[in-house]
Design a protein around this ligand. Structure first.
Ligand code: 5AD
Ligand code: SF4
Length: 436
């Protein structure tokens, strides 16, 4: 979501006459877009600002701005904490950036704008400027969240759930396809409730429309809340040929007691039952998830239940995080905090457990044929025997070689789907050879 927003910011500043500088010390304007999801993300902002301080010292005319979730959360306090900061803008004032920057420069004043306004929907073409080499893009379809999971800062920093109009989304994707994009990932905190509040079409109906866009090869989406994963959405994986067989379904914990205190509104059994439904209809679907370890009050036996769920479900991959208190989030006030040391231990145990599963799953793909959307020449590649890279339908990174007799130039392959036979399954990628 921040990648998408940063691109909007870049496009707006381009229209205001700015150009991308090669590095921060060559820039007249530095904009930092921030994430507040965990304490670690927030701390990264402060260390970055520390590193930027000498630039401001050398040249006080450089404009330094901080936007996004940490800016929304901290507001004016950020200006007091960072005396050399010029501008703080929130998650709802994105569209005002050119005007805010111009005002900082003309009035030589420090500005905070973190009010809550309806974000004007960006013009589709504004997001659509590819660099000719990109194959895949994010497209935000909704903003904010109404779920208020007790650990989560999102509802406080991104506000209430609002969905973009389907015709704007479609127009944006069509423009992207016109620029050479072949795959889109539709983004929302909870895509299943797309359109509910505004009375628009449903998410499966939106997927159907996106599926009809000619020139587009692949559709992905994230994130789907397990409690709202509908039969209609499961059916979409069967009926829409462009919808890739991978779903990211954050479970967070395998303990009902913890899920309840997280206010996730599903039980472990409900989660398993939804996964069974998915696998029944779409056997080869890849499944990834998010886990939080060390939520307040999480006991060793709660944690064992999470490990047990991981063994039961056999996810293709996991993103696991140590719980951290977030301002305003209800769980920040919960007692029985788990120590940092214990959180680190549980995280490691969990990651080790998942690694073995991921490796086993990737090895099981050895000998299979995978359809890969080609993204380019792999960075590790040497020129004599170029390694190409792309993703399988299941969203696994595939590095592969192209037989010499059919090896044309990069431009010819990027954005195309090719068949690759896998000869090695590694932890983070698959290795293969393109079929002649
Ligand atoms: N502490 C740790 N992890 C968190 N996440 C969200 N809030 C917190 C928090 N306070 C994780 C969840 C979510 C992912 C995006 O970030 O697992 O799914
Ligand atoms: Fe946060 Fe829960 Fe909303 Fe996801 S669904 S953004 S975890 S409040």
């Amino acid at each position: 979501m921040n990648v998408y927003d940063s691109r909007q910011i870049e496009n707006m500043m381009r229209q205001a006459g700015y150009q991308r500088a090669g590095s921060a010390d060559k820039a007249d304007l530095i904009i930092v877009n921030t994430c507040a999801i965990r304490d670690k993300a927030e701390q990264k902002l402060y260390s970055l600002l520390g590193r930027l301080a000498p630039i401001k010292q050398r040249n006080p005319d450089v404009v330094l701005a901080v936007g996004g979730c940490v800016a929304q959360q901290e507001g004016k306090a950020l200006l007091s904490r960072v005396p050399y900061l010029d501008l703080v803008f929130g998650t709802h004032t994105l569209n005002r950036i050119p005007e805010l920057v111009a005002r900082v420069i003309s009035t030589k004043s420090r500005i905070v704008d973190v009010g809550i306004h309806v974000i004007e929907d960006p013009l589709p073409t504004e997001n659509a400027r590819g660099n000719g080499k990109e194959v895949s893009r994010f497209v935000t379809i909704m903003r904010g969240c109404d779920n208020f999971c007790t650990y989560c800062v999102v509802p406080y920093v991104r506000g209430r759930e609002t969905s973009r109009a389907p015709d704007r989304i479609i127009a944006e994707i069509e423009a992207l396809v016109g620029e050479g994009i072949r795959e889109v990932t539709l983004l929302g905190q909870n895509v299943n409730s797309y359109g509910n509040r505004e009375g628009l079409i449903t998410f499966p109906e939106l997927l159907l429309k996106v599926n009809e866009i000619s020139g587009l090869s692949r559709i992905r989406f994230t994130t789907s809340h397990p409690k709202d994963l509908s039969d209609a959405l499961i059916e979409s994986f069967v009926s829409l040929e462009k919808l890739c067989p991978h779903i990211h379904l954050p479970v967070q914990s395998g303990s009902d007691a913890v899920l309840k205190r997280m206010k996730r509104r599903y039980t472990r059994d409900m989660f398993s039952e939804r996964v069974a439904g998915l696998r029944e209809k779409c056997g080869d679907i890849a499944l990834t998830s998010d886990i939080i370890v060390g939520f307040p009050g999480e006991t060793e036996s709660d944690f064992q239940l999470t490990l047990d769920l991981i063994q039961e479900i056999q996810f293709d991959g996991l993103f696991a995080f140590k719980y951290s208190d977030r301002p305003n989030a209800r769980a920040a006030g919960y007692m029985a905090k788990v120590s940092e040391k214990e959180k680190a231990r549980r995280l490691q145990v969990l990651l080790d457990c998942q690694q073995a599963i991921t490796l086993k799953k990737n090895r099981a793909l050895e000998g299979t044929e995978q359809v890969v959307l080609v993204e380019g020449v792999s960075r590790m590649s040497d020129t004599r025997d170029p390694q190409w890279t792309g993703r399988s339908l299941n969203n696994k990174i595939v590095n592969f070689t192209i037989p010499e007799k059919i090896a044309p130039s990069e431009e010819d392959w990027v954005g195309r789907q090719v068949k690759v036979v896998i000869y090695k399954g590694l932890l983070h990628s698959l290795q293969g050879k393109m079929l002649a």
